[in-house]
Ligand binder design. Structure first.
Ligand code: ADP
Ligand code: MG
Length: 347
């Protein structure tokens, strides 16, 4: 197959024409560039929109290994990670471009399976794939996805908006992806209950971008800062604290845990708090919101059956993250500074 036939093979007839039309796509894969109507032409409502642009690269043996990740999941997760960045701005994703560099030992069908994952995610979250680029690669697969989205003018939720007195929250249970990876790498999965294995492995392989939660937070007008957890809870909190020139205190007892994760940590003798605080790739959201309006945000999350947990508060400071631990009598035992040791490619 020549290059163009391969691109066709991976991309043709994957998405409903109606979806593409509704997203303003006029010319998609096949020409030199895609032609797309600007968001405010497509969504003719009262709001003025701004565009969001984000790109993420996944490199084999750095971000995933083909030993613990199926081809489908490589594609699914690469797009999900990008959509999560749009969620973390409070936005709506619209279009995506897929750049893929393929080593010799990958067949066209291996790549087809990667695309199956990409389109699975794209169709689920109503994102149109409008183009990309294809090259060979000397050793590892490299998959770079660009997503374009939109948000109402002035409503993007930045990292820098946290203010003293805010409640700090998460929109799910952190650490489960790291626990799932540990399970895939170290454990004989048949030793554990099927439900436990499924939930942890799914958290690692097919994370759900919290787009609906991101929209609730941006439309609430009460969310002041937001990140998605790609590099670990503490790392994301530390970014918010630094960008906002505040300190953040989380309460050990308020951090949500899951039964699967605690059971697996117990049985495998691992430290669950390492996963919870430093594990990455959960793609849940972490942010801060006005204390006065937190109850109404909680109510809107409950109404849509979405998770939301208060885990701490914003205090005056200069970019540090602290954790309160409690003794049995529930008197404040100690407040420890938590050092950031999320994954960094260049240290
Ligand atoms: P050009 O030489 O103009 O860059 P390409 O041959 O790279 O053209 O791409 C032809 C068309 O196919 C373009 O519309 C491009 O966006 C699309 N395309 C190329 N590679 C991919 C890919 N891996 N996934 C989706 N679309 C792709
Ligand atoms: Mg090209």
């Amino acid at each position: 197959m020549d290059e163009f036939s391969r691109i066709q093979y991976w991309n043709a007839k994957r998405q409903e024409q109606a979806l593409k039309v509704s997203l303003g796509v006029k010319v998609d894969i096949g020409d030199d560039a895609a032609v797309v109507a600007l968001p405010y032409e497509v969504h003719r409502d009262q709001s003025q929109y701004e565009s969001l642009y984000t790109v993420d690269t996944m490199v084999e043996d750095i971000h995933f290994s083909s030993e613990t990740t199926d081809f489908e999941h490589i594609g699914y997760k690469a797009l999900a990670a990008n959509l999560s960045d749009i969620a973390a701005m409070g936005g709506i994703p619209l279009h995506a471009l897929i750049a893929i560099s393929i080593p010799d030992h990958y067949s066209a069908d291996h790549v087809m399976r990667i695309y199956n994952g990409i389109y699975d995610c794209a169709n689920r979250y109503k994102v149109a794939i409008v183009g990309g680029d294809t090259t060979s690669s000397p050793h590892s697969l490299v998959l770079t996805i660009t997503v374009i989205g939109m948000v109402e003018q002035g409503k993007a939720i930045l990292r820098s908006g946290a203010s003293v007195g805010d409640i700090v929250f998460v929109t799910g249970v952190p650490g489960q992806s790291a626990a799932g990876l540990h399970l895939l790498q170290h454990a004989n999965t048949s030793q554990y209950p099927v439900a436990l294995v499924d939930s942890l492995i799914r958290a690692h392989q097919q994370p759900e971008p919290h787009l609906q939660a991101g929209r609730l937070l941006s439309t609430s007008n009460a969310c002041h800062a937001l990140n998605d957890i790609s590099d670990g809870l503490i790392s994301e909190l530390s970014e918010i604290a630094k960008a906002s020139h505040v300190d953040i205190v989380i309460d050990e007892n308020q951090i949500p845990l899951s039964d699967s994760m605690s059971q697996y940590a117990g049985k495998s003798g691992q430290s669950m708090f390492d996963w919870v605080l430093y594990g990455g790739e959960d793609y849940i959201l972490v942010g801060t919101a006005s204390r006065e309006q937190f109850a109404s945000i909680e109510a809107s999350f409950r109404e849509q059956q979405l998770q939301l947990y208060a885990v701490g508060e914003v205090i005056a400071g200069n970019g540090e993250v602290w954790m309160d631990s409690w003794n049995d009598g529930l008197q404040l035992q100690k407040r420890n500074q938590i050092m950031n040791r999320g994954y960094n490619h260049f240290t």
